[in-house]
Design a protein around this ligand. Sequence first.
Ligand code: GLY
Length: 406
Amino acid sequence: MFKNDFKEKKRLLLRKLGSIEHEHYVNFILPKKPENFTFDETVAQLTDIFALKMNAVYFMRLLVFTTSVIASKIMISKHPSLPLVINTWPFVEATEKAWSVIYHDGGSNLDAVEKGCSVCEIQRLCGDSVGYGGHPDETGKTTLDAMIMDGATHQVGSVGNLKRVKNAISVARAVMDYTEHTLLVGNDATMFAIEMGFPIYNLETNKTIQEFKNWLHNKCQPNYRKNVVPDHTKSCGSYKPILQQKFGLPSFSHQTISKDNHDTIGMLVIDKNGNIAGGTTTNGMDHKVPGRVGDSPIIGSGAYVDNDIGGAVGTGDGDIMMRFVPSFHAVHLMQNGLSPEEAASGALKPIIKKYPHFSGAIVAASISGEYGAACHNFGGAAQYTVRTSSMQNATVFSIKCSMNNK
Ligand code: GLY
């Protein structure tokens, strides 16, 4: 029979069980043991309890581990910021369309950029600077520039000075999908579009025609000529270069540029797996010299994306901005550890230094879904629009711009 002395029972049990860890259980079970239980029976029962306890501990540890693994998977697949759609200006219909493609329709990030920007081109919901019926060139024609870029593969499709086709970003996508080239321009880009099945339209509306007539009536003011005769500030062309002229330092006289003159849409879309795509589309500048191609279809200027870092898009005076490849610069700055806002601001700095009167903005996003923007001039403020999985609707953010050379 098991001895009745509590201390002795405890000592024997602990010696038998070999661990003072179990003291709590021994204390718990001993007083409840009926007198006629043998020592071995008590040990057996305690051993069962310890085994149960160890199994329970193991089970709890396993549960905590499994739960944390599942939770971390949920955190990855439902990152609070991804998917992300972000674009220049308060073009919320474009943002919502891109969101719907990536979030509801199961489309890719490239599909989202293409369809989102197409809203501006086809439905004319993004002002006169995007799509048909917008700014005429010096001959009264509207022409389009667009680009699309894939951050996973670095594939790019671009069109410049595209005529008579409304859906420029889809033609850019076709350049990427159906050729080995990167950029097609002018009438040949139109011929390519026709070959790919795009319909042909007249891109000028009554509004475009009236705007062109007003401009002619106003002696072709403003325009983008310089160092020509007759004096471009007073007369229409045709123009001839001023010969024997010592031009000196480059001047900048784009006084007429404002957000209404070149509010290009540039869009970035990051899917929930961290794949980024970017795109732009615009009709460029009002009364541009025929043949002019702006920054929007130029890789690294209008847009740049890289799955390892993030992306950036630009809007503003493309003739100036493209000289500094600011979208590439912003992405490079993010790679060096700057936040998207700091990177956007940093990419504008060298432009401001040389051209303090230019107007422009850069919108940037890191591959993890952080975003930010910076602008210069534009009357002191610019906007950009964002939709993420933590937003109920597309949200417009307003940012204060630096002004002139301050
Ligand atoms: N950023 C548009 C353009 O200059 O054409």
